[in-house]
Write a protein that binds this ligand. Structure first.
Ligand code: NAD
Length: 282
């Protein structure tokens, strides 16, 4: 069994991004990212802080806009429209989830697609499903980068993705389909998930339920990508896979933490830098 070491790869990528950012800065160009956080959800605050720290490490300017939980839909849209107009800004990220009274779809659609470094605008997701270049959501992009780094071929493989969210499962399915894999996407209403996982060469799980994937669900030699993140009462961070029992029977597996998480953050940095380069070429 080989560990898919996202932490080391993300570190390497971060260093090369920092070099590129440094080169741009000698020409007076500083990549910059606006992060919008609505309310004070502790998990969202943690994610926002992690993103800000990573930006700082590579020299990307990140500007946090903290908005009250009761902000109106219209005020949030007006704010995003102002950021859209700011020529010096390369990326706009709206931290999810948003409060219940806010229409998330409408908010994500108000981000200008050229600055949509999260890849959640339908113009970008549409491009992804059409196999055309656009911004790809950071988690699926990070997973694809990790697989490529370890020379894991997707063509002809059976892939089972568990979790069908717009930010992980669905875009990951599209990316892997574009690489000629055969995809099953399972979710809370799927009957007999084991039927799909047992037949899979690659299992990707993004649910947020510790030990959802057990040894009896996995084919010998399968590749496991564990995307789930749960903080146990003990403070320990775990994924969705019963790592202790599953790891010995698979060929590759991502650890949690240290697998997909760091690749997600570095992919956001890469998208932001990409957006800066696009701006220079416009
Ligand atoms: P979500 O709540 O939007 O979607 C969860 C999906 O899991 C849904 O499709 C749902 O139908 C499915 N599901 C729920 N219970 C299930 C069950 N018992 N069996 C099968 N499917 C089930 O969640 P999300 O935003 O996609 O995040 C999922 C997990 O991935 C969370 O733990 C989150 O913290 C983690 N995550 C990690 C990263 C990272 O960088 N590592 C990034 C994003 C999300």
């Amino acid at each position: 069994m080989i560990l898919l070491d996202g932490k080391s790869l993300a570190q390497e990528m971060q260093e090369s991004i920092a070099t590129e950012v440094q080169q741009l800065s000698t020409h007076g160009i500083i990549p910059s990212l606006a992060v919008i956080l609505v309310g004070n959800d502790p998990a969202s605050q943690t994610y926002v802080n992690m993103k800000a720290r990573a930006c700082k490490q590579v020299g990307i300017t990140s500007i946090l806009h903290e908005m009250p939980k009761n902000i109106t839909q219209q005020d949030l849209i007006t704010m995003i429209e102002n950021l859209n107009q700011n020529d010096k800004l390369d990326g706009i990220l709206v931290q999810l989830p948003l409060p219940k009274h806010i229409d998330t779809y409408e908010i994500l659609e108000s981000v200008c697609p050229q600055k949509d470094v999260d890849g959640f605008h339908t113009q970008n997701s549409g491009k992804l499903f059409s196999g055309v270049k656009g911004f790809v959501p950071a988690t699926p992009l990070g997973i694809m980068t990790l697989l490529k780094h370890y020379n894991i071929e997707l063509q002809g493989k059976n892939v089972c993705i568990i979790g069908a969210s717009n930010i992980v499962g669905k875009p990951l399915g599209a990316l892997m389909l574009n690489k000629n894999a055969t995809i099953s996407i399972c979710h809370i209403h799927t009957q007999n998930i084991q039927f799909y996982t047992k037949n899979a060469d690659i299992i990707c799980v993004a649910v947020g339920k510790p030990n959802l994937i057990t040894k009896d669900m996995v084919k010998e030699g399968a590749i496991i990508i564990d995307i789930g993140i749960t903080r146990l009462e003990s403070g320990k961070i775990v994924g969705d896979v019963d790592f202790a029992h599953v790891a010995p029977i698979c060929s590759y597996i991502t650890p949690v933490p240290g697998g997909v998480g760091p690749m997600t953050i570095v992919s956001l940095l890469r998208n932001t830098l990409e957006s800066t380069k696009n701006r220079l070429n416009r």
